[in-house]
Every structure is written in structure tokens, then in C-alpha cells.
Design a binder for this molecule. Structure first.
Ligand code: BES
Ligand code: ZN
Ligand code: MN
Length: 498
């Protein structure tokens, strides 16, 4: 999609459609809508007065103009009640308009933010919301069909009347990067596991690092062995594809040594291992690398937004599958930290690979940690598909992550890591075990990871319930959601407060 700022009044543009917005509180037309209304014999006012255009949230009315003005049609989009209106809702409405425009195979669109939005929010944020809504709505998942879908909407004009050039440029860049990075994570996550193998994931990461000028390093199997990263090695032992740990670094501030570390679970397929999942539970497990895809996409975005901070990504990539080499229940392994773990469940593999990655992040000088992982079915039992579970060893750092999530409209909910929960991971034979059954399953994983984060401020995001939609919701199609990309971008963009 190409976005263009135009000096022309939108009424002069011969586009396939102009998007206009209306709320439930407006009894008449104003501003640009009024201008167009006058040019088309008050058709819009008429529709409002007879109650056909109500302005309800998500409502869409299409008017054909038959030459009354150069544009072919008007999309009148309802924004709902003004008191409930926010930028998240605005995004949804813009996206819905774009989806309809795609169905109608329209190529050129013109739009501008309604004046009441511009009054209430920063112009940068208004532009960002428009761009994000449109680009997220236009996502196409990977398809292996002979016939490929094409994207119709090519150009979107935005009126220069409403914005300064610098606000437009800034909002456009952010909106594009936030949405395109999210779509990149979705696209990687939605790939079948026979395509997105550990080898393929590593190549993709290298390609992105090269394209964006990010530092890139791979710890191959032999390196993991030399360093004693037996947690990652053990999980990957049953696979045809060797396990590895990818490290990407973005340096925005050469003067500082400290860095934020983002760690993403990258299980390209989770069969459960020897304690094999059932036939139904295995569906969706091609997406068990959603955390790693999210972090990779965040790095792709950060390199374009160029904040003055240092951020590193650690992506442990393995396939949890069955073979003579597979880890067994009751095996004991020594992790990179030196702590030993008894494997009490081969399907609790995510926390194992994250453990080594967290320790290594600290070794590389990370001062703050965030891990993101499709870690436990228990998170879905606790929070459903609505919210990401958040756990932390540092209330202040937890608050910062929550704030970033709230700003981009992603929901998180904190679960406690009371000391008492540590009993769940006690083992008779090792420093800890990786699983203790049903109770407090999401928290067990959190308590386990906390042993590796130790004193470093750390936040754990369990996205098992939010990384995938089983049916479409608003502008998000079913499949991978790219959850966390925008939260982590927002977090990495924040001003450093120390
Ligand atoms: N990758 C799964 C968690 C998961 C489940 C993600 C459903 C998305 C949707 C994780 O590795 C896992 O298998 N967890 C098991 C562990 C249990 C069997 C001990 C779980 O939570 O069911
Ligand atoms: Zn898993
Ligand atoms: Mn598993």
C-alpha cells in the first residue's frame, strides 16, 4: 500500500472511494463531510435524518456518486458514541473500510481523520492509527494454492489540510512499521512446520538481519554443546533439524553497555515429545514459534524506527518431536546456568529453551529482560483468548510493560509469583523439575523461568491464548495475531528513565 499526502481538497480527487466518518452523537454533517454533502444535494443529511445512517460503531454505508464529484463512491463509516471513541476503535473502522474496498476490488482511496479525533489526540497518533488499521486489515496469510490472491488497494491519499508534514511523516512511519512488523510475525507464524523448520527460521532471521543492518550471530549445535546449553540441546535432540540459538542486536546508543533483551520461544513444531500430544491438541502447534517470530519482527521494526537504545533478541529455535534421541521423562539435564532440571514432562519444553536463552542474555549484558512465549495451555484456562498473562520479578518493570501494552491496545493481566509457588517445581533429584501437573500451570512456568532471570528485572508474557485466533475478530483474520509486536516496539521506543 502506498500512502500519499495530498495538497488537493479530497473533493477534487478522482479516487474509487472517499472514506468519511460519522458518530452517533452527530445530528448533522460537519467539515469535509458537510462540504461533500452540499455537493451531492444533501444526500448524507437525508440519510441521517431518516435514520439510515446512524453512525453506529462498525456501520458502513456506501453511496455511489454518478459523477456528482470526481470520486466514484463514498464510504460513510460509523465510529459509534464519541465518549467510547478511541484510536483502537478508529483503527478497526478504517480497517473494516479497507476490507470492504478489497472485496469491491477498489484501487485508490482517499481519507482524512475526522476533526473531533484530531482535537482529542496527537496528529501523529491519528495518522498512525489510520495506517495501522488499514495495513493490519489487509494482511494475507501464506497460501499454497495455485491461484494467489492479489491486493487491490494500492494508493491511499490523505489530505494535507489536517496535518503538518512532519506529523504525517512520523505517524506514517510508525503506523507502517507497527503494522508491517505485526504482519511479518503473523506470516512467519502461520507457515506450516514443514516449511518453517529450524533451518528455515534461522535463514529468515539472517536475511532480515542483513536487510536491516542488525548484528547477527548463531550458536550452532556445536557451540551450544561447548557452552553447556543442554536445555536447548535436549529439547532439539529428537529432530532432524539441529537446535540453535539466534542472537540479533540493534545498537541505537553506542555509548551505553546496557541493553534490553527480548527472548522469544521458537518451537517450530511441538508434538509434545515422547509424552506425545493427542491428535486434536497437536493442531496449532506449528505456531509454537510465535514468540520468536514476534521478537524477530520487533527487531525488523526497530531497525526502521531507530530509537536511541540498545536491544538484543535471543531466539532459541528447536523442533520438539519424537525420535530415538528424544529426551525422556525423568532425564536430568544441566542448564547453561549450572542449575539442573529433572524432566517431568517432555511437553513442557518451552521453559527449558527459554531458561538457557535468559541466562545467555544476562551473560551478554542484558539489564532488562522480556520473554514472550506460547508457553502453557493453562493460560488459556485462566484468561481465555482475551489477554496475555504477564508475570514479573520486578513490579516497576512489570508496570512499564503493562503501560506499553495498554498504549497499543493489547490486553495483559498479571498472575502472581508468590514464593509459595516455588514448591511446585521442587525435585527430589535435581535443582528443579520442569512440570508439576495441572494446578497453577501458567504460574509454574513463570516460577521456573524466574530461577534463571534471578535478580535481573524480567517480565514473562505467556501468549498461548492470544497468539492465534480460531475465528476472525474485527479486522484481525483467523490465524496468527502477531500479538506482542506492537507492545514490544512501544516498550523499546520509550524514553529511558534512568
Ligand atoms: N506449546 C504448548 C502450550 C500451548 C498450548 C500453546 C495450547 C498454545 C496452545 C506447551 O509447550 C505445552 O505443550 N504445554 C502443555 C504442558 C503440559 C502437557 C504439561 C500444556 O500446557 O498443556
Ligand atoms: Zn510448546
Ligand atoms: Mn509442549
Amino acid at each position: 500500500m502506498e500512502w500519499r499526502l495530498t495538497q488537493e481538497n479530497l473533493t477534487h480527487l478522482a479516487t474509487d472511494a472517499i472514506f468519511l466518518f460519522h458518530t452517533e452523537d452527530q445530528a448533522s454533517t460537519h467539515g469535509l463531510v458537510r462540504q461533500i454533502d452540499e455537493m451531492i444535494d444533501f444526500q448524507i443529511s437525508h440519510l441521517i435524518s431518516v435514520g439510515e445512517v446512524k453512525g453506529e460503531y462498525g456501520e458502513l454505508t456506501i453511496l455511489h456518486l454518478w459523477g456528482q464529484i470526481p470520486a466514484a463512491r463514498l464510504f460513510i463509516l460509523g465510529l459509534g458514541k464519541e465518549e467510547k471513541l478511541n484510536l483502537q476503535r478508529f483503527k478497526q473502522v478504517v480497517g473494516k473500510g479497507i476490507q470492504r474496498a478489497e472485496e469491491l476490488e477498489l484501487r485508490q482511496i482517499a481519507m482524512s481523520s475526522p476533526s473531533f479525533l484530531i482535537k482529542r489526540f496527537h496528529t501523529v497518533d491519528c495518522v498512525q492509527a489510520m495506517v495501522e488499521g488499514a495495513e493490519l486489515a489487509a494482511y494475507e496469510p501464506p497460501s499454497f494454492k495455485e491461484e494467489q490472491k492479489q491486493q487491490f488497494v494500492k494508493t491511499i491519499f490523505i489530505s494535507a489540510h489536517d496535518y503538518s508534514l512532519s506529523a504525517f511523516d512520523e505517524g506514517l512511519l510508525r503506523g507502517k512499521v507497527f503494522a508491517q512488523s505485526t504482519n511479518l510475525a503473523r506470516f512467519l507464524t502461520d507457515q506450516p512446520a514443514n516449511w518453517m523448520t529450524p533451518d528455515a527460521f534461522a535463514s529468515k532471521a539472517e536475511e532480515i538481519a542483513q536487510k536491516r543492518g542488525l548484528e547477527f550471530m548463531v550458536l550452532e549445535q556445536s557451540d551450544l554443546d561447548r557452552l553447556g546449553m543442554h536445555a536447548i540441546l535436549t529439547v532439539g535432540k529428537g529432530s532432524l533439524y539441529s537446535p540453535r540459538l539466534l542472537v540479533l542486536r540493534y545498537t541505537g546508543d553506542h555509548g551505553r553497555k546496557d541493553s534490553l533483551a527480548l527472548i522469544g520461544k521458537g518451537i517450530t513444531f511441538d508434538s509434545g515429545g515422547l509424552q506425545l500430544k493427542g491428535d486434536k491438541e497437536m493442531f496449532g502447534m506449528k505456531r509454537d514459534m510465535a514468540g520468536a517470530a514476534t521478537v524477530l519482527a520487533v527487531m525488523d521494526g526497530l531497525a526502521q524506527l531507530t530509537p536511541y537504545h540498545n536491544v538484543m533478541a535471543l531466539l532459541p529455535i528447536c523442533e520438539n518431536i519424537v525420535d530415538a534421541g528424544s529426551m525422556r521423562p525423568e532425564d536430568v539435564i544441566r542448564t547453561y546456568s549450572g542449575k539442573t532440571v529433572e524432566i517431568t514432562h517432555t511437553d513442557s519444553e518451552g521453559r527449558l529453551i527459554l531458561a538457557d536463552a535468559i541466562s545467555y542474555a544476562k551473560k551478554l549484558g542484558a539489564s532488562r529482560l522480556v520473554d514472550i512465549a506460547t508457553l502453557t495451555g493453562a493460560t488459556i484456562i485462566a484468561l481465555g483468548f482475551e489477554a496475555t498473562a504477564l508475570m514479573t520479578n520486578d513490579a516497576q518493570w512489570g508496570l512499564e510493560v503493562k503501560r506499553a501494552a495498554r498504549m497499543v491496545g493489547e490486553k495483559t493481566w498479571e498472575l502472581p509469583l508468590f514464593e509459595e509457588y516455588e514448591e511446585y517445581i521442587e525435585s527430589d533429584i535435581a535443582d528443579m523439575k520442569n512440570d508439576d501437573g495441572m494446578e497453577a500451570g501458567a504460574i509454574q512456568a513463570g516460577v521456573f523461568l524466574k530461577q534463571f532471570a534471578e535478580e535481573t528485572p524480567w517480565v514473562h508474557l505467556d501468549i498461548a491464548g492470544t497468539a492465534e485466533l480460531t475465528k476472525e475478530r474485527g479486522i484481525m483474520s483467523k490465524g496468527a495475531t502477531g500479538v506482542g509486536v506492537r507492545t514490544l516496539l512501544q516498550l523499546a521506543l520509550r524514553e529511558v528513565e534512568e
